[in-house]
Design a binder for this molecule. Structure first.
Ligand code: PGA
Length: 250
């Protein structure tokens, strides 16, 4: 049985005061939750402060990106060991906004996954098609190409340690959620691909989150789908009330 996992992707939002306020509320309102893994992914500048608030609670900490080198002359970048240093256990890799605005490719995603795993971070790896690809019937081939490139060279054991987030790009921040059936179809496709490429054990172990306009009102139905193991939540993770409700409804 895969444990549900809900992660809040704060994107480029919240400075220190608001971040502390939010996680303080989450810590209070989610203290009794044991059946769902809960993660928040703040901006780099507040990771340390947020870590102080959630240390020794049931809320885990993640970064939103990293660079694959460990240290050196890479102005503006941050490494896996630096994320570890401030208490992160997770890191989002290959978010569609990074692919779209910052030149992320399947190849760089692959390097980043390996760097994250070398430091013991759990990678949350995002895949998903844009609207035009969905409308022209290319969803599965796009997702397959992203999986093939992103997970190239990983062993079955390494694969089992990561989390996949299926995020149809057309559903991100648009209020347009994929229907539970549309999401399930792609999740099942990814799981079948994992089985074929690695093993049934890998396919049954890897948790696949759905992301794209997840709200308190649609999480329940999404979670009834066999292959949906949680959610990567953007907008609705910025308010404690909606993030708490998503977790409680899931
Ligand atoms: P959204 O973002 O929930 O605001 O659609 C999800 C994401 O980009 O991870």
């Amino acid at each position: 049985m895969r444990k549900p996992i809900i992660a809040g992707n704060w994107k480029m939002n919240l400075t220190t005061k608001d971040a502390v306020e939010l996680v303080t509320a989450l810590k209070r309102d989610l203290a009794d939750v044991t059946t769902v893994d809960i993660i928040v992914c703040p901006v780099f500048t507040v990771l340390d402060t947020v870590n102080d608030v959630i240390m020794d609670t049931n809320i885990g900490l993640g970064g939103q990106n990293l660079y694959w080198e460990n240290s050196g002359a890479f102005t503006g970048e941050i490494s896996a060991s630096m994320l570890k240093d401030v208490g992160a256990e997770y890191v989002i890799i290959g978010h569609s906004e990074r692919r779209q605005f910052f030149g992320e490719t399947n190849e760089t995603v692959n390097k980043k996954i390996k760097a994250a795993q070398a430091q013991g971070l759990t990678a949350i790896v995002c895949v998903g098609e844009v609207l035009e690809e969905r409308e022209s019937g290319k969803t599965q081939s796009v997702v397959q190409t992203q999986c093939e490139g992103s997970f190239a060279g990983l062993s079955a054991d390494e694969m089992k340690q990561l989390i996949i987030a299926y995020e149809p790009v057309w559903a991100i921040g648009t209020g347009k959620t994929a229907t539970p059936q549309q999401a399930q179809e792609v999740h099942a496709f990814i799981r079948a691909w994992l089985k074929q490429q690695f093993s049934d054990d890998v396919a049954q172990t890897v948790r696949i989150q759905y992301g794209g306009s997840v709200k308190p009102g649609n999480i329940k139905e999404l979670m009834t789908q066999e292959d949906i193991d949680g959610a990567l939540v953007g907008g609705a993770s910025l308010k404690s009330a909606s993030f708490v409700d998503i977790i409680k409804n899931c």
